[in-house]
Design a protein around this ligand. Structure first.
Ligand code: CP
Ligand code: NVA
Length: 310
């Protein structure tokens, strides 16, 4: 991928890609997935090493990055939260400068978004945001890939996010409006997306032709929609707020009744799920659920991303 426009670039936010780059990356991911499913195994990055620096637990992100890197011919080194102590045992800029000497690309899962920006500032290799408190841009790539597979071209589609205006919601909103989709969010007052994120989403919507709608009623958001999406009410790092959040979000659940309000809506969830809170188990396993393809697509989307930045 010597000619890739993303070569050598970090990916910390969906805003780091313009809409052409985002659509091209999704197309590339879809092509790679098709080749992979046809049994074609290219190994263009033999000898390259991905470093995973994680401050929080993970099933999908860690595994899909490691497997994607293996498919590309490279290897990975996983550094758990306890080992590195980023920002505590060792300064973030020191960590960045040291690991840049070992790795060809870094994937970092952090608490404050500023940690991943500081890593990228001081690293001499590309840094990929594998989730921060502010964004989860790799998740948004897999999400749009899944919407495209199930529903066709993105422009003009509508998506309703039922739940907290969290990292997943922000990245997904940016990606949707950038590609000409309508992004609706239904959350209780006080749990909408942060104001700076809303401003960024509105600016992207102007450029991409999409739109943002914020409401408090899940039924209003779900009516006539093409895609229903949810995530946990309490994100990693917010555990002390769990009881308060359980009360605030009661009723913000994707159940069959909500699915029936949509326009043959497909259902997505980034996982892990808390069944009986934000989604019912039945819906997650029902005929409208694209959740398991979505989880698989993390691997295909990240394989494309790694291939382009390397
Ligand atoms: N969706 C997602 O990022 O899952 P993990 O936290 O398991 O990586
Ligand atoms: N919003 C969730 C997403 C987990 C993939 C969290 O940050 O914990």
């Amino acid at each position: 991928m010597a000619g890739s426009p993303l070569r050598g670039r970090s990916f910390l936010s969906v805003s780091d890609l313009n809409n052409r780059e985002l659509l091209d990356l999704l197309q590339f991911a879809s092509d790679l997935k098709r080749r992979f499913q046809a049994g074609i195994r290219d190994r263009p990055h033999e000898g390259k090493v991905l470093g995973l620096l994680f401050q929080k637990p993970s099933l999908r992100t860690r595994t899909s990055f490691e497997v994607a890197m293996a498919h590309l011919g490279g290897t990975s080194v996983y550094l758990s939260p306890a080992e590195v102590g980023m920002g505590q045992r060792e300064a973030v800029d020191d960590v960045a400068m040291v690991v840049s000497r070992y790795f060809d690309v870094i994937s970092a899962r952090v608490f404050e978004h500023s940690i991943v920006t500081e890593l990228a500032e001081h690293a001499s290799v590309p840094v990929i945001n594998a989730l921060s408190d502010g964004e989860h841009p790799c998740q948004a790539l897999a999400d749009l890939l899944t919407v495209q597979e199930w529903r066709g071209p993105l422009r003009g589609q509508s998506l309703a996010f039922i739940g907290d205006g969290n990292n997943v919601a922000v990245s997904l909103a940016l990606a949707c409006v950038k590609t000409g989709m309508e992004f609706r969010i239904a959350a209780p007052e006080g749990y909408w997306m942060p104001e700076d994120a809303v401003q960024a989403i509105e600016a992207e919507a102007e450029l991409g032709g999409g739109s943002l709608v914020q409401v408090t009623d899940p039924r209003e958001a779900a009516t006539g929609v093409n895609v229903l999406y949810t995530d946990v009410w309490t994100s990693m790092g917010q555990e002390a707020e769990r009881e308060r959040r359980l009360q605030a979000f009661a009723g913000y659940i994707i159940d069959q009744e909500l699915v029936d309000l949509g326009d043959e809506a497909i259902v997505l969830h980034c996982l892990p799920a808390h069944y009986g809170e934000e989604i019912t188990r039945d819906v997650s396993r029902g005929p409208r659920s694209a959740i398991w393809d979505q989880a698989e697509n993390r691997m295909h989307a990240q394989r494309a991303l790694l291939a382009q930045v390397l």
